[in-house]
Design a protein around this ligand. Structure first.
Ligand code: NAD
Ligand code: DAU
Length: 350
């Protein structure tokens, strides 16, 4: 029996990781620690909520006493750490939330793991889920490799870079058995509609403008979220302690080209005249410090651990748009704030 703590599993990627682990490993006990910020939504986990090997814990990783007591009580064997403030634009408005959760919260988890595992690191693992944004911005050519020097530009990416350094420092200094992955942009079901793809799907639904930052020439490397979850599974179980793995889709798009694909598919699915959604595209002031291009080389993960993306982008975007169109209630609850009542309905009387 393995006891694994997944932090941030009420969020976008975490919910897919939790679902995969709960269903694939019935012998594991999976604990989801989440503060339920605006980005945490227990509706994402409705289908596994009552599984015998799953438990939700409401809590804040910034509270060091709470985190230490939780580890002492449950004696987790492994941690998969996804909890974070994750949106670049919010980090520009309010950096301190990012410093607290992404840096202080990570150190609280590292300290608690170090305390309960002290002297017995056998079969223990602290997996830190990070981002390609720590490497900074590429020009028109080249890729991010695992040894690309860090060069973060936003408060979000700087906070993630700090947390990566601290995770490695706990390995170097205390021998804590850590592993890190840095992934490119994810898309798919359950993403909060502040991020590009779900925001634009939702705006097209409501005939609202599609705000493209700058000229839309920035490039991102898009990976379907379920492929990211599968990579996390492989790395958690097979990656060597102390290693870093880059995860990416080799699927680069300029924002404007990507948005045109979303518009085209939406027109088709909604039965609109071709070109209808594109008329909503509105060029707006660029994001401050906007990184030009991200592109991941994931050959280490592919060659050493045998992972590769399962979907072509056309298939992934089709599935994604279908999911949002078939889950209008989810979108409406998220945009109206109603999803935040779900905790009271589910757990209020317990
Ligand atoms: P998300 O914003 O959808 O979810 C974050 C979750 O963390 C939410 O459930 C939130 O309630 C929880 N959380 C926030 N602060 C907390 C706190 N103080 N204590 C406990 N829980 C807290 O994020 P996401 O997009 O699913 O990203 C998950 C992780 O993956 C993050 O670490 C992010 O940096 C990383 N990542 C994301 C992407 C991407 O494209 N979304 C790509 C690479 C890496
Ligand atoms: O690369 C991994 C990162 O990808 C993750 O670490 C972050 O958590 C995740 O949010 C994402 O960061 P980005 O900033 O790349 O994602 P976002 O969806 O916010 O923006 C994607 C691109 O689209 C980016 O170049 C900015 C642009 N954009 C975004 C929004 C929300 C627009 O042009 N208009 C918009 O309204």
């Amino acid at each position: 029996m393995k006891k694994i703590l997944i932090t941030g599993a009420a969020g976008f990627i975490g919910s897919h990781v939790a679902r995969l682990f709960v269903n694939k490993y019935p012998d594991y006990e999976i604990y989801n620690l989440d503060k339920l910020t605006y980005a945490g939504n227990l509706e994402n986990l409705k289908d596994i909520d009552k599984a015998p090997n799953y438990q939700f814990i409401l809590g804040d990783i910034v509270n060091s006493d709470f985190v230490m007591n939780l580890f002492k009580e449950h004696k987790f064997d492994g941690v998969i750490h996804l909890a974070a403030e994750s949106h670049v634009d919010r980090s520009i408005e309010n950096p301190m939330e990012f410093i607290m959760t992404n840096i202080v919260g990570t150190v609280n988890l590292l300290n608690a793991a170090k305390t309960i595992w002290e002297g017995d690191y056998e079969d223990k693992r602290f997996y830190h889920v990070s981002t390609d944004e720590v490497y900074g911005s590429l020009g028109n050519e080249g890729f991010f490799y695992e040894d690309t020097p860090y060069d973060p530009h936003s408060p979000y990416s700087a906070s993630k870079a700090s947390s990566d350094h601290l995770v490695r420092a706990y390995n170097d200094t205390y021998g804590l058995p850590v592993i890190i992955s840095n992934c490119s942009n994810n898309y798919g079901p359950n993403q909060f509609p502040e991020k590009l793809i779900p925001l634009f799907i939702n705006n097209i639904r409501h005939n609202k403008p599609l705000p493209v930052y700058g000229k839309g020439e920035n490039v991102r490397d898009w990976l379907y979220v379920i492929d990211h979850a599968a990579a996390i599974d492989v790395i958690y179980h097979k990656g060597a302690t102390g290693e870093t793995f880059n995860i990416g889709g080799h699927n680069e798009w300029t924002n404007i080209d990507l948005i045109k694909v979303v518009c085209k598919v939406m027109d088709k699915k909604l039965g609109h005249e071709p070109g209808t959604s594109e008329k909503l595209i509105t060029f707006v002031t660029d994001r401050a410090g906007h990184d030009l291009r991200y592109a991941i080389d994931s050959s280490k993960l592919q060659n050493e651990l045998g992972w590769k993306p399962s979907l072509q982008f056309e298939e992934g975007i089709d599935l994604t748009i279908d999911w949002y169109l078939n889950n209008e209630e989810w979108l409406n609850n998220v945009t109206s704030g109603n999803y935040q009542k779900y905790y009271d309905e589910m757990y209020g009387n317990r």
